[in-house]
Design a binder for this molecule. Sequence first.
Ligand code: ADP
Ligand code: MG
Length: 351
Amino acid sequence: MLESKDPSKTHISQLGEFGLIDHLTKQFSISQKTTVKGIGDDAAVIASQKNDQWVVTTDLLVEGVHFDLSYVPLKHLGYKAVIVNLSDVYAMNAEASQITVSIAVSNRFPVEALEELYAGIATAAKIYNIDVVGGDTTSSTTGLLISVTAIGHAPKERIVYRSGAKENDLLVVTGDLGAAYLGLQVLEREKEVFKVNPNSQPDLDAYTYLIERQLKPEARKDISKLLAELDVQPTAMIDISDGLSSEVLHLCKQSDVGCNLYEEKIPLDPQVISACEEFHLDSTTVALSGGEDYELLFTIATEDFPKIKANPHLTVLGHMTHKKEGIHLITRAQTKIPLVARGWNALQSED
Ligand code: ADP
Ligand code: MG
């Protein structure tokens, strides 16, 4: 399907490098007041904001390492490549305003495939109200590489680092956890079934939320605004890309504190609970180690608790302690076990 040998598809060489850049980027218009010059010059120009500081973040996604095109549609990939970067901007409690997009492509991809990728990028840019202001385009001898850089800004006093959590602060998470990892498990299972029987018609109704969280994740653009409305300034913040336990460990290390995290508080969607039963996975392990949830994890002073306690988007998971108390999960059975960072590999060998 992706092969550019298909005569109905347009080979990249028919457009040439500049023709391709023009073809892919002509759809982008400027909506941010800080964008002085977008695509088309040697560099984009962005106006400085009086009291704000800039935040800049980059991610590189590599085919075969970060994504598998046999079940990830290119449009979703473009969307997700933008989202993962915006999530990092929002994790600084900042507002995202511009991105640049760089791609390396092999000639195995026809122009139509790149159009799909850029349709996803354009959709994310529109929904999140950010300008695509530049990028680079080059060839690759093997797969597809996408690198997105996101730019954002916030008043100096609103920016939140990983390092500000204090003893007794409450640990808070947005949304729910574990769904993206289970979505990947469902997609990988379907890929295996498809290999055996290409005519199989998967019934994925029971997994719609999980698959959406994997293929079309959203970044928490709403949280910085919500926190401002609630008059809460977090003391530390990070986004959940690698799983809750890994991010808690980062916050603790950089803030020089310990933490007690309560298993019973971890927010789980009902689809996560039922899929865990089906895949013989422990839902707590999935939430702790699954990753790719793109929720925000932050700490607040205890006196701010009344301001957030009724909010359906926010869940208090535990509290920060003195560093010497260590970093623990308090299980439902009230046992205290040290929290360790475990990647996906550890998870996969669980059953
Ligand atoms: P340069 O020679 O300075 O690298 P290019 O010819 O690569 O310039 O790019 C021309 C313009 O198109 C620049 O504004 C650049 O930022 C933009 N651009 C190039 N590739 C992409 C891309 N893949 N996505 C978005 N913008 C791009
Ligand atoms: Mg270039």
